[in-house]
Design a protein around this ligand. Structure first.
Ligand code: GDP
Ligand code: ZN
Length: 338
């Protein structure tokens, strides 16, 4: 594997200088998980673990390797394993605040060059949300590109395009239909060999569809990595950094997808679904779970058609994602402590 096709360049090389003249190599993290990272370097893929010294010197969780990081490794002779001695300085990073600790930063992904902020031109379309995504993107250091997906569902995509351009100074805005493969070529300028992209956007806006279009449908089959777990059994995990036919690297990690919720918290979901909040406030029981209880206002509203089932379902989905995000945060806290 050629390092530049993984995104390596002179600036990273300069950071690596202090490690030259030893048997160190560099590798890119394609997945960070509980006990080890999957990395890929000039010699191919390795399972790499932080040395005790690195863990000891690491002051915050944010300094530990994240997907997209370049790490300094020393492969163990004759094995597919390596030790991670250092994480090279990051060019860009997407962080979240770990749950339960206000000051604890967790890096979700690193060294992303371009982030596609995906919105769909249906009920998800919301200029305020696009503004929030832009703030997140600018904070990360990655260049944002606003992608308006599902043009096929909008009567006047050009009008939406003009509105978004007005709230997104400095960011290119692109409209396309991933499902119908219309307008996808307008993403090409950011899909060059060795450049790293990621997608940010609410659930259901079409991120997976766009990724599949970028990578080609079958990439996910080849993206799996086999691990031997402690009990000698093999488990398969999905890579979170994938290379498409264009040569672009796509970071697709659940953490990245959940990012807006991690950053803004459940209140943002509640704000977005203010109408549902009003309805649930009218349920007979204060702790109604809206699951067949007597006097459930949600049930009545769905029956009467004053609440769209799709909207209710997407609210439930977002709630689940938020609790998933919280659990992930707790898991990473545990990881930091262990
Ligand atoms: P994600 O949650 O952001 O990854 O969204 P998905 O890629 O899973 O897409 C959610 C739904 O939107 C799926 O049913 C897709 O088939 C659909 N979808 C994706 N792109 C388009 C599009 O351009 N037009 C329309 N009408 N539907 C789309
Ligand atoms: Zn109810």
């Amino acid at each position: 594997m050629n390092l530049s096709s993984l995104g390596w360049d002179d600036a990273f090389q300069a950071h690596f200088e202090p490690y030259i003249n030893s048997d160190f190599q560099v590798a890119r993290v394609i997945r960070a998980h509980k006990h080890a990272c999957d990395v890929i370097g000039a010699q191919g893929s390795l399972i790499a673990t932080c040395t005790g010294r690195l863990l000891h010197e690491t002051l915050t969780h944010a300094e530990l390797p994240a997907v997209g990081d370049w790490v300094v490794v020393r492969p163990r002779e004759g094995e597919k394993n390596a030790d991670i001695h250092a994480v090279l300085p990051r060019r860009t990073k997407f962080s979240r605040r770990a749950a339960g600790d206000r000051d604890m930063e967790q890096v979700v992904a690193a060294n992303i060059d371009t982030v596609f902020l995906v919105t769909s031109l249906d009920e998800n379309y919301n200029l305020r949300r696009i503004e929030r995504f832009l703030i997140t993107a600018w904070e990360s250091g990655a260049k944002p590109v606003v992608v308006l997906n599902k043009t096929d569902l909008h009567d006047n995509p050009d009008e939406a395009l003009a509105e978004v351009i007005a709230v997104a100074p400095g960011a290119p805005v692109i409209a396309l239909s991933a499902r119908d493969s219309i307008g996808l070529e307008s993403l090409d300028p950011w899909l060059k060999t060795g450049s790293t992209i990621a997608l940010l956007g609410s659930s259901g806006v079409g991120k997976s569809t766009i990724i599949n279009r970028i990578l080609g449908e079958d990439i996910q089959d080849t993206g799996d990595i086999s691990h031997e777990n402690g009990k000698g059994r093999h488990t398969t995990t999905r890579r979170e950094l994938l290379v498409g036919p264009s040569g672009a690297l796509v970071i697709d990690t659940p953490g990245m997808r959940e990012l807006p919720f991690w950053q803004t918290g459940m209140s943002a979901v509640e704000d977005t679904f203010d109408d549902i909040h009003t309805i649930t406030g009218q349920c007979k029981f204060h702790d109604c779970r809206h699951n067949g209880e007597p006097g459930c206002a949600v049930h009545s509203a769905l029956e009467a058609g004053t609440l769209e089932d799709t909207r209710w379902q997407s609210y439930l989905k977002l709630q689940r994602e938020q609790s998933f995000a919280d659990r992930q945060a707790n898991a990473s806290l545990e990881r930091a402590v262990n």
